[in-house]
Design a binder for this molecule. Structure first.
Ligand SMILES: [Zn+2]
Length: 126
Protein backbone atom coordinates (compact mmCIF):
# COMPACT_ATOMS: atom_id res chain seq x y z
CA UNK A 1 0.00 0.00 0.00
CA UNK A 2 1.13 3.50 -0.81
CA UNK A 3 1.42 5.74 2.24
CA UNK A 4 -1.03 8.61 1.98
CA UNK A 5 0.71 11.91 2.60
CA UNK A 6 -0.39 15.49 2.34
CA UNK A 7 -3.87 16.93 2.22
CA UNK A 8 -6.54 14.89 0.48
CA UNK A 9 -9.24 16.86 -1.23
CA UNK A 10 -11.27 14.02 -2.68
CA UNK A 11 -12.62 12.60 0.56
CA UNK A 12 -11.82 11.96 4.19
CA UNK A 13 -10.69 8.69 5.82
CA UNK A 14 -14.15 8.48 7.39
CA UNK A 15 -15.83 8.83 3.98
CA UNK A 16 -13.47 6.28 2.42
CA UNK A 17 -14.20 3.84 5.21
CA UNK A 18 -17.95 4.27 4.74
CA UNK A 19 -17.65 3.93 0.95
CA UNK A 20 -15.68 0.70 1.45
CA UNK A 21 -18.31 -0.67 3.85
CA UNK A 22 -21.10 0.17 1.39
CA UNK A 23 -19.15 -1.33 -1.52
CA UNK A 24 -18.65 -4.58 0.42
CA UNK A 25 -22.32 -4.64 1.39
CA UNK A 26 -23.85 -3.86 -2.01
CA UNK A 27 -21.18 -5.33 -4.30
CA UNK A 28 -21.10 -2.07 -6.24
CA UNK A 29 -18.85 0.97 -6.15
CA UNK A 30 -20.60 3.86 -4.36
CA UNK A 31 -20.67 7.35 -5.87
CA UNK A 32 -18.73 9.89 -3.80
CA UNK A 33 -19.02 13.65 -4.23
CA UNK A 34 -17.49 16.42 -2.16
CA UNK A 35 -19.04 19.85 -1.60
CA UNK A 36 -16.95 22.01 0.72
CA UNK A 37 -16.60 20.04 3.95
CA UNK A 38 -19.58 17.82 3.13
CA UNK A 39 -18.98 14.44 1.51
CA UNK A 40 -21.98 12.66 0.00
CA UNK A 41 -21.92 8.95 -0.73
CA UNK A 42 -24.61 7.15 -2.71
CA UNK A 43 -24.70 3.38 -3.03
CA UNK A 44 -27.10 1.48 -5.30
CA UNK A 45 -28.78 -1.27 -3.34
CA UNK A 46 -29.34 -4.78 -4.67
CA UNK A 47 -33.03 -5.61 -5.26
CA UNK A 48 -33.02 -7.85 -2.19
CA UNK A 49 -31.09 -7.45 1.03
CA UNK A 50 -30.76 -10.21 3.59
CA UNK A 51 -31.51 -9.39 7.22
CA UNK A 52 -27.77 -9.39 7.90
CA UNK A 53 -27.11 -6.99 5.02
CA UNK A 54 -29.92 -4.72 6.24
CA UNK A 55 -28.42 -4.65 9.72
CA UNK A 56 -24.95 -3.89 8.28
CA UNK A 57 -26.45 -1.12 6.15
CA UNK A 58 -28.16 0.52 9.12
CA UNK A 59 -24.99 0.24 11.21
CA UNK A 60 -22.93 1.84 8.42
CA UNK A 61 -25.47 4.66 7.96
CA UNK A 62 -25.74 5.25 11.71
CA UNK A 63 -22.13 6.50 11.72
CA UNK A 64 -22.98 9.37 9.37
CA UNK A 65 -24.28 12.91 9.90
CA UNK A 66 -27.25 12.63 7.53
CA UNK A 67 -28.50 9.58 5.69
CA UNK A 68 -31.47 7.97 4.08
CA UNK A 69 -32.67 5.41 1.61
CA UNK A 70 -33.97 6.86 -1.65
CA UNK A 71 -37.06 5.36 -3.29
CA UNK A 72 -34.99 4.93 -6.48
CA UNK A 73 -33.14 2.13 -4.71
CA UNK A 74 -30.01 3.65 -3.31
CA UNK A 75 -28.78 4.52 0.15
CA UNK A 76 -27.20 7.93 0.66
CA UNK A 77 -25.14 9.37 3.47
CA UNK A 78 -23.44 12.68 4.15
CA UNK A 79 -20.40 13.23 6.31
CA UNK A 80 -19.26 16.61 7.55
CA UNK A 81 -15.55 17.20 8.06
CA UNK A 82 -15.46 20.47 9.87
CA UNK A 83 -12.19 22.38 10.24
CA UNK A 84 -10.48 22.88 13.58
CA UNK A 85 -11.61 26.31 14.86
CA UNK A 86 -8.02 27.00 15.95
CA UNK A 87 -7.11 27.29 12.26
CA UNK A 88 -9.88 29.81 11.52
CA UNK A 89 -9.83 33.60 11.76
CA UNK A 90 -11.56 35.43 14.61
CA UNK A 91 -14.33 36.51 12.21
CA UNK A 92 -14.88 32.93 11.10
CA UNK A 93 -15.04 31.72 14.72
CA UNK A 94 -17.50 34.51 15.56
CA UNK A 95 -19.76 33.62 12.64
CA UNK A 96 -19.12 36.88 10.74
CA UNK A 97 -17.19 35.16 7.96
CA UNK A 98 -17.70 31.92 6.07
CA UNK A 99 -15.87 28.92 7.54
CA UNK A 100 -15.18 27.56 4.07
CA UNK A 101 -14.31 30.56 1.86
CA UNK A 102 -13.64 33.33 4.41
CA UNK A 103 -16.01 35.89 2.86
CA UNK A 104 -18.31 38.02 5.02
CA UNK A 105 -21.57 36.17 5.65
CA UNK A 106 -24.92 37.63 4.64
CA UNK A 107 -27.16 34.60 4.43
CA UNK A 108 -25.61 31.64 6.16
CA UNK A 109 -26.12 27.97 6.85
CA UNK A 110 -25.09 26.21 10.02
CA UNK A 111 -22.37 23.61 9.51
CA UNK A 112 -21.99 22.22 12.99
CA UNK A 113 -20.22 22.75 16.28
CA UNK A 114 -16.54 21.90 16.80
CA UNK A 115 -14.95 22.27 20.23
CA UNK A 116 -17.85 24.47 21.32
CA UNK A 117 -17.52 26.84 18.34
CA UNK A 118 -20.49 27.13 15.99
CA UNK A 119 -19.36 27.13 12.35
CA UNK A 120 -21.28 28.88 9.59
CA UNK A 121 -20.90 29.05 5.82
CA UNK A 122 -22.40 30.85 2.84
CA UNK A 123 -25.89 29.82 1.87
CA UNK A 124 -26.80 28.09 -0.32
CA UNK A 125 -23.13 27.32 -1.04
CA UNK A 126 -19.88 29.03 -1.91
ZN1 LIG B 1 -18.39 30.73 1.80
Amino acid sequence: MEPTAGPRHSSSPRAESLAARLAALTGRQPRVSVDGCRTRIEADLPPQLTNTQCRMLYLALADTDHCGIHSDGYAWAELLDLPDPARLTADQRAGYACTLCGLTLYTSRFLGTVNGVQLWACSPAC
